[in-house]
Design a protein around this ligand. Sequence first.
Ligand code: CA
Length: 243
Amino acid sequence: MRKTARRSASRSAPPRRGASAVATDATNRSIGLDDRLYSYLCETTLREPELMVRLRAETSRLPRGTMQISPEQGQLMGLLVRLMGARRALEIGTFTGYSALAVALALPADGKLTCCDVSEEWTQMAQRYWRAAGVAERIDLRIGPAAETLAALRAAGEDGRFDFAFIDADKESYDFYYEQCLKLVRPGGLIAIDNALWHGWVADPAYRDADTAAIRALNRKIRADVRVDMVLVPIGDGLLLAP
Ligand code: CA
């Protein structure tokens, strides 16, 4: 069976290394955010609902609270979902539900978000906030290894049925999740991958651990992947968008 190209065949392959040497020039780079500028951005531009403020605060008190996405990233994801007119979304790695809430609020009332996570404890907090926000009915939470949930979705004929997917789970499986999302997300849909800058460790050769290596490898792979477009948005911990 012929593979269906996700994007127009007229798009050319990415340039080779060297063509982007100018990218390391300091003059036109993305602006860095010190505390003052980040506070300005948050105070001036966030439209974070009160419920999401509370969820973020409650999550930040957990031992692994830093795993949740930043509020401006949630706002961007909601914007993208609305912009696309997405009706069906997939999330791999839900944690306490902040990103899912941002996406679910951006879906139409009859939209659906399928969430994968392994933790009952974390997702109980998530469900509490989803109910309070009135979006619990839009969210189909699947507890268990994401690989199994994704396999079940594919077996149920869900390939090509999703508009948007957000990957934010165990980093060593990122490549696998990406490949599964390429099947499950329709051509013209969007895959968003979190932690693409991984605390900056991707650029630090001192970090040779499996998670960092996996993220580096996937960033490099997607740049050369003619099935998708890409941009790595330096928001939060780095959000790689692959439409
Ligand atoms: Ca993350």
